[in-house]
Design a protein around this ligand. Sequence first.
Ligand code: MN
Length: 249
Amino acid sequence: MSLISSAKAGRTFFIADLHLADERPVATGRFFRFLNEEVAGADALYILGDLFEAWVGDDDDALVAHDVARQLRSLADAGTPVYFMHGNRDFMLAERYSALSGMTLLSDPTRVDLYGVPTLLMHGDTLCTDDTAYQTFRNRVRHPLILALLRHLPLALRRHLAHKARSGSESAKAVKPAAIMDVNVDEVVSVLGKQQAVRLIHGHTHRPAQHVHAVAGHTCERWVVPDWYSHWGYVVCDASGCTLRVQDL
Ligand code: MN
């Protein structure tokens, strides 16, 4: 093993909410540098949803999708496993694109043993239970029958629907109180207890932070990974614990 890879081994990276798109080349460039400079040689990379600003199907011909697949594939081929969990923007990403990228699809939530610590991974949108309008919308569009129907629509129509859904969500967000769009702490405590995890790592809220929660008499950590709009960053964990890093984009 070379000096470089031995220094990077023993670490696992978590990212989410990059919202990559052809229109945001700075974030994409930063992402590729992050993969090459920080993640290469690490134990694993977990992408916890919303890697892309929008995903209307694996037949999407956006340039960024091709470039990202190539970069992730070379990381995976070099020995760093890449895991992907769906976000609310890219829940239609499927087997074809994940195979192309060398990613393993994970369901939400997934519990992993992270250096001996039972750690729960989520995108985070299901924790925002105060936003009942969003949860109703989510249940509808994620229904297997609706998903199957969507997949059979022509690409141009899927793009149009995704655009409409995004502008609808933007105008709804503009009038929703901020607290409604954050996680509900009772839901966090309930999920951690049910899943028997002592650590939770998620994204979605774009509120990078470390929180502590009391769950059934013991202390649990919750790490919120940053979005990649005006800044970028990640949570990195090793046997001694996790660290949140956020820097200007
Ligand atoms: Mn999200």
